[in-house]
Design a protein around this ligand. Sequence first.
Ligand SMILES: CC1=C(/C=C/C(C)=C\C=C\C(C)=C\C=C\C=C(C)\C=C\C=O)C(C)(C)CCC1
Ligand SMILES: [Fe+2]
Length: 560
Amino acid sequence: MDSLLFSDICRNHIPAIPMLDFEQSKHKKHGFVLDNNFGSARKPDRRGLTITRVASPRQPAIVPSPDKGTVDPDQNHVAWTSVRQERWEGELVVQGEIPSWLNGTYLRNGPGLWHIEDYNFRHLFDGYATLVKLHFENGRLIAGHRQVESEAYKAAKKNKKVCFREFSEVPEYENFMAYVGDLAKLFSGASLTDNANTGVVKLGDGRVVCLTETQKGSVIIDPISLDTLGRFEYSDSLGGLIHSAHPIVTDAEFLTLLPDLVKPGYIVVRMQPGTNERKVIGRVNCRGGPAPGWVHSFPVTEHYVVVPEMSLRYCAQNLLRAEPTPLYKFEWHPQSKAFLHVMCKASGKLVASVEVPLFVTFHFINAYEEKDEDGRVTSIIADCCEHNADTTILDKLRLQNLRSFNGKDVLPDARVGRFRIPLDGSPYGKLEAALDPDEHGRGMDMCSINPSFLGKKYRYAYACGAQRPCHFPNTLTKLDFVEKSAKNWHDEGAVPSEPFFVARPGATEEDDGVVISLISEKNGGGYALVLDGSTFQEIARAKLPYGLPYGLHGCWVPKK
Ligand SMILES: CC1=C(/C=C/C(C)=C\C=C\C(C)=C\C=C\C=C(C)\C=C\C=O)C(C)(C)CCC1
Ligand SMILES: [Fe+2]
């Protein structure tokens, strides 16, 4: 990716008028009618009421409703409202000061379009991938967003309906034979989605890839224009349908897990920069069953890969079903227990496999090796955003729940779950909270660390916490595992996305850098936020011309 002068980017950038918006295509989507300057949008609410919502922050988005007084904006929070047009780009006015050393692009991926025609999706994870960028250069900020042109998204636009199996949504079948035909395609993975809506990574060779949990949902994008360049085709013959949505990516390597749904286990693979070929490091056989546990993410240390075997296990039948079950593609098998397996990166040898207390996590934070006075590795510490072994968090992420906050404190408790895995042959590992969950309001997910401390003993992590009452993580929090304390940032009624840490070039202190997040405001607006990584105080913000839907994970593409 050639470095562009800021002036080039500004010159080439799309004028702040939507290039192509869902509303101006020949079919109205949900009746949105968007004028050209983001000034307003009118949307029939679920009761057919036409709400005129003004994007201007000066006017409240609360509007009269015939049946129950004012409609609280939380009923239509912009975080849970589909992105309003397909793409946009423009320079933002910065309040405060962006550090002059912050030069590069923060990309954030997420499921930002939750309807096709008049059909609303069921779950947060069903949305079509919406890629957002914040390009920082010499204290200035260009923002933009664009839909990722997956086959699933293009087919949905063309056929005006869901055509591939998403997280909870599956295509409607004309008849039983069509359903049978789709089952056959499912075994080949053809009917599973490639809607790469979960994360985005910059490979060591500079290619930028959007990801989801299907292997086919690996899509190469241009980090400047946000164009979809094509599918990332793996050139090996490892096969399988699923992989971890959070590979471990450094300039030197790419590690991921391929769950084996046939013979329950995990294949640990490595891909070198500049290639598309994954090579097997080793294999872990599951100790529980009937299927592998969900591996949305996993941690590594300097020398080991930690393979989590959660009791929330894939369910092949649920992958086939026409209707979702309460746990979607998964089943909860507490009697099958939970395990952590430790594999040596160099040899692929299994060096430990311990039973641990039941846990539910999407996101591991980091892991590191503990050594004795002779430098021998005695145990491994692995930290995760742990939901107290409670699977109801998946239901809380249904869009109906996210869009109907009534002020009750319904967000299930979560904590930093710290595993201690002994490497002395002991059969059991420990799990406890790394700090008092009340330090971060007992909300915990969507985490990041200083990437220089990946796999190493670390002191700080950044995540989303909770200021209660709430129904979704609504704070940004900086966790200090030495002081066992947290600093919290909160904007009343706003929904912040993952706090992403970017280290200051040349920094030696772990928290010397900034934390970037995109905030969806209660009034329907949105802004980019930059916090100081050390003080966790706000140093800059820049309002977006329109509110953005919630997003999941990002990456940093430094300016060369
Ligand atoms: C899981 C499978 C699929 C889809 C996965 C997708 C699209 C995304 C998963 C995203 C996750 C797990 C995000 C977690 C976010 C957690 C949050 C915000 C927690 C907040 C709580 O406090 C496929 C692609 C359908 C294939 C089958 C498996
Ligand atoms: Fe994730």
